[in-house]
Write a protein that binds this ligand. Sequence first.
Ligand SMILES: Nc1ncnc2c1ncn2[C@@H]1O[C@H](COP(=O)(O)OP(=O)(O)OP(=O)(O)O)[C@@H](O)[C@H]1O
Ligand SMILES: [Mg+2]
Length: 345
Amino acid sequence: MRDQEPQKLLGDAPAFQAVLEHVSSVAPLNKPVLIIGERGTGKELIASRVHYLSQRWEETLLKINCAALPESLLESELFGYEAGSFTGAGKRHQGRFERADGGTLFLDEISSMSMRVQEKLLRVIEYGEFERVGGTETLTVNIRIIGAANADLPEMARNGKFREDLLDRLSFDVITLPPLRARIEDIELLATHFATGMVKELKRELFQGFSQAAMKKLEDYAWPGNIRELKNVVERAVYRNDGKKLISEIEFDPFNSPYRPGKNTASSNQTESKEILTVVPTNEISDFRQHIRDYEISCLQNALETNRHHQQNTAKALGLTYNQLRSYLRKYNDELVDDEAQATK
Ligand SMILES: Nc1ncnc2c1ncn2[C@@H]1O[C@H](COP(=O)(O)OP(=O)(O)OP(=O)(O)O)[C@@H](O)[C@H]1O
Ligand SMILES: [Mg+2]
């Protein structure tokens, strides 16, 4: 599978322009690169750009999502297998390393790679050598690795969840993508780009533009899903609009409905906040400190959800300063469920 021409990367914000410069300077080097960023920040697009700006641009660029496959399947997809090496292995299978020889292999969500696969990867990076699953012949390849992750890899390495020696080799240079909320200047440009694309898709003649209030809403939102989320929100707003007037309605959450099970009804909100404030009988608290932690976490989670992860508004709702909120979010980074954790990074 050969990748198509790279998609255009839009953005004038200094934080994004600095990334593009970083990419241009590291791309020609024949070294591994790591791309770190929250979901939807453009890691895959940046990986393509690294490849197309490298000397390997005419060679193959292959991608594999390490989180999408269980360990043994990932191993055989990466390194291939010999006929008969496991049930169902009818013919010899070439892995991505063989197929991308001479080119670039993009390992997406590298943080979910198991220790066994990490060990094999380490050897390919170090010596360019590996064996197919169930094979004894040592194959040699010339591959440039680009890894992507939405995780704190050094922290994972400290906790024994990622090999330090592999991280050392992969992180010759690390490109960290700014979340959309750190490049608010680009929201109008990106939103207009996605809206125009949707107008074309709907075969409408003209994009009428956003109302000022709608644009302010877009710029004030914290975008935990980043550019992908912006694209969805804008495309939804365009198609829900009749195409004859400015876009004024922005719906961030397509699940939003007064009838949403268990959520968003006035009575259930009241119940939720009551639940939080209930004083638990002392004999039910076996660990006071843990109880207080749980209490703080549930308050934070509630406030983040109510305020759509907008940190300034969440801080205000809790009567905290922005910095006080940030320090709570750091403290409970691991406990706050997915979306909240994303929004704190
Ligand atoms: N700078 C940009 N200009 C235009 N579109 C962009 C830009 N960055 C990202 N996108 C678009 O945003 C979406 C998400 O990008 P991409 O898939 O590269 O992100 P990701 O970081 O790999 O996300 P995930 O972590 O969820 O895999 C895609 O539709 C992509 O085309
Ligand atoms: Mg991706």
